[in-house]
Design a protein around this ligand. Sequence first.
Ligand code: T3D
Length: 271
Amino acid sequence: MARKQEEKEALIGFAIEGDVALITLNRPDKLNAFCVPMHELLLQAMKKARDDNQVRAVLLTGAGRGFCAGQDLQEQMPSQDGPQIDLGATLEDLYNPIIRLIRDMPKPVVCAVNGIAAGAGVNLALACDIVLAASSARFIQAFAKIGLLPDSGGTYLLPAIIGEARAKALALLGNPISAEQAEQWGMIWRIVADADLMDEARALANELAQGSMVSADLIKRAIHLSHNNSLSEQLDLERDYQREAGQAGDYAEGVDAFTGKRAPKFSAVRN
Ligand code: T3D
């Protein structure tokens, strides 16, 4: 019983490395395909990272040769004549809370895509703020191959990031694209040699962790809200957010550090 519990808990790794929370999808024999306990543990880990004032950046990656193969397709097998599975409930209860939490996280979230990302695994990566990928990684919106449509934010994030023409082709065909292609299309920030991925991802997360949490939070929120705003509404939002930023201590510290030719020491995480 205790061993089963330990095995379950090991499905998601959580470690604090300085100011960074490292979260690892850890079911390598199934390319980190999501089973129910993984959803629950990933949500818990993300909440822990959000609520820990020591954590100033989050780094998400996968163990083994895959990043995440999406939903575990063997966990609940659909049948033509048996009772219908409610995939809407799966999304509402398991996937959507994770995507919402990452998007609303008031700290930067870096994703290091270490290998294949398929289905919800791709869209989990796209929900993060900065995505690095190993040069051997591939991305597959695999949903149409099994009669589904992209979820976990895929129909929103993908066209917003790479445009409707490319998003439709990827979603309708369900074919893989290389990390290089993903980088060329602006779907990820950049590719890194396989052997250097985690060092570079850690360096990036550490750099972000030294930045202003006020800036990070407001930048994320402003960019997310821009999707639904007119230019005029966005100008109003920038006015309000910049007012807030200007009145927080990090602005004074940033300017003082600039004029004093020293590195800034930004304030603690806001709650
Ligand atoms: O609840 C719901 O269903 C709604 C939510 C849906 C969200 C989704 O994510 S739907 C999309 C689900 N994902 C897929 O359709 C991808 C399925 N996997 C693949 O197409 C391939 O495995 C890959 C292209 C990702 C990788 O191919 P390859 O050749 O590198 O590896 P492999 O041999 O296929 O996989 C290695 C092992 O992982 C293998 O297990 P085994 O035979 O060695 O015991 C394979 O079965 C397992 N695996 C890979 N993906 C999944 C999986 N097992 C369960 N579910 C998976 N999604």
